[in-house]
Design a protein around this ligand. Sequence first.
Ligand code: AMP
Length: 543
Amino acid sequence: MITDFTQLSLHPQLVQAVTEQGYTNPTPIQAGVIPLMLAGHDVIGQAQTGTGKTAAFALPMIHNLEPHQKLPQGLVLTPTRELALQVAGAMTEYGRHSGARVLAVYGGQAYGPQIDRLQRGVDIIVGTPGRLIDLIERKVLNLSQVHTLVLDEADEMLSMGFVEDIETILSSTPFTRQTALFSATMPAEIRRLAEQYMNNPQSVSIQRDQVTVDTIEQRFYLVRENNKVAALTRLFEVEEISSALIFVRTRIETGDLAGELTARGYPAEALSGELSQDARERTLNRFRQNQIKVVVATDVAARGLDIDDISHVFNYSLPDDPEIYVHRIGRTGRAGKTGIAITLVSPLERRRLGQVEHFLRKKIQQASIPTEEDIRAHREQLLANKVMVWLKRGRCLNERAMAERMIAEGFDALDIAAAALKVARAEEKQRPIYPIQAVQETRPEPKPARKSSEPLRRSVNQNSFEPGMLRLQLNIGRQQGIKPGEIVGVIAKRADIPGSAIGKIRIQDNHTFVDVPEEMVQHVIARTRDVSIRKMRMDLQLA
Ligand code: AMP
């Protein structure tokens, strides 16, 4: 077992550089990868940021440099400008006593200085695929002498659509090169790239920190793609959010969604890989200090975001890879707190949700988007609570004097109170409740033909628009403080059916409507008899 940098047979200049960095021992990915790369093998490293993966490929790459060459001998591909800069910075540090000349190239930067540096001679190039292709096409980048090539965060590069560029770059380098690929996840496309472009690669896999999802309440809402913003705003109304991170697919979406939410009265900010390091840090600090409650981010931009107090993670869309889902939701439920992970699932994403559930070996509970009535009732409840606080404190001397003057002018006390409440609610006008259309879901499971028993036929419900569902009425409602999650929980547990099988839940003042698949109705009614919920005996009957 390697526990010391001196055991790795690296040049002493490199050992000196890492010692100066304050590193005492190699990390597991370094102990695994460095000897393999020094022995000339192609390597696949499954490791995330934070494991020390940069030094794992940087040190052998620098070790193998021939002095006094003009053309690049090492090439590192990264998905983003930030990562290119970060890797090039680390390489420069590690290579400071070895005289390694490192250049970062990325889009948005002027070509002149990059071309100048290339002409003066560079040992290692770190760059984003797009800009590398540009430089190759301009015939200012010659990759014919590259003997070590690294694909860093390969999964991110693929999900950003760089696969063709990567293949072009791979084909522009010598066939005899050594190739190392690092990726947090190993989707099929990466395995294909490895098979095609790597030579008998050796794998080193570092167990990711086991993300525990046990402290996270996971729910999903089935909603049309074009109703997702409306659904989010409705959820923001009723969820107790202290801070929320919303994941979207693309950089463009971060800005669009943050703008859309802000315009609808729910201030949000975008965090995208496009931001300068400074701007990103500023946004993160404000998020950390709770000056911003809602941040919209891509997976790439949220990398390294380390904040313990996130109450909610929203998946505005489902990621392609279930591991990324787990990684995203692991941002909440930390430091002993319970977190909530909410996923908006369009009918098209339904199948992918199944893959996530399969990966988690756990069903994610389906819930219903709060109705307009729910939201109005919730708003009234919040206002009533606030008023109650002041009624109990009883220290509104100035306001009381104002009310007395109005009464002296002849106004009725009740009218004054009502008008004051109206004024207090004025800000609600900034947050209209947007309509949401019902989803016509085609349920994946085939249904057994319904037996035409009399009570069921009678109750084929007029309002039940989801095919195959029947509506039940529960004797408990809003006034008893019931929540949709509790109803799903009790029914799913008692009747031993997946929560996702339960359909729409509409909480009314004193009762609740619950939609249940037709073929489960009798079973559900039978199994929930004599069960208590909120200290009341539950009575579930056909509506
Ligand atoms: P990376 O996963 O390459 O982004 O590295 C994560 C952090 O770990 C960086 O701040 C490195 O400077 C640091 N690091 C890398 N290798 C070591 C090591 N052997 N000992 C201590 N810190 C390290």
